[in-house]
Ligand binder design. Structure first.
Ligand SMILES: [Ca+2]
Ligand SMILES: [Ca+2]
Length: 118
């Protein structure tokens, strides 16, 4: 089994605050949530946060998130936790000028969108 490593990480230009790994899609490799903190020169506007899926070879692809999640706020930290105990990791996110935000991962398939609870 071999596959050449391609680009690794996609080119993302963001003032990020955290990179939180977890195997959110349960395919055996670690994926990444990247929380973004601020837009340079535009403080107070919510930057885009990212979810990157690992292909198992260390190549990460951006998972499209609904706008209200990608731009949820000025993220400072997050943690993957299965808060509803359905066997799938969900995300709890904190940040400046935003409520503590819980994002549920519905148990369906790998490319499922995460959707926001509150
Ligand atoms: Ca994974
Ligand atoms: Ca869950």
């Amino acid at each position: 089994m071999s596959q050449e490593k391609k680009d690794g990480l996609p080119k993302i230009f963001a003032n990020s605050s955290c990179v939180i790994p977890a195997d959110y899609d349960k395919d055996g490799d670690l994926d990444l949530f990247i929380g973004s903190r601020v837009i340079a020169g535009n403080y107070g506007v919510s930057p885009k946060s990212y979810l990157l899926q690992n292909d198992g070879y260390g190549n990460f692809t951006e998972v499209p998130l609904p706008k209200e999640i990608a731009y949820m706020g000025m993220v400072t930290d997050a943690v993957w936790v299965d808060f509803d105990a359905d066997g799938w990791l969900d995300l709890a996110v904190v940040g400046d000028w935003m409520p503590i935000t819980f994002i549920k991962k519905p148990k369906r398939q790998v490319y499922d969108f995460i959707h926001e609870l509150n």
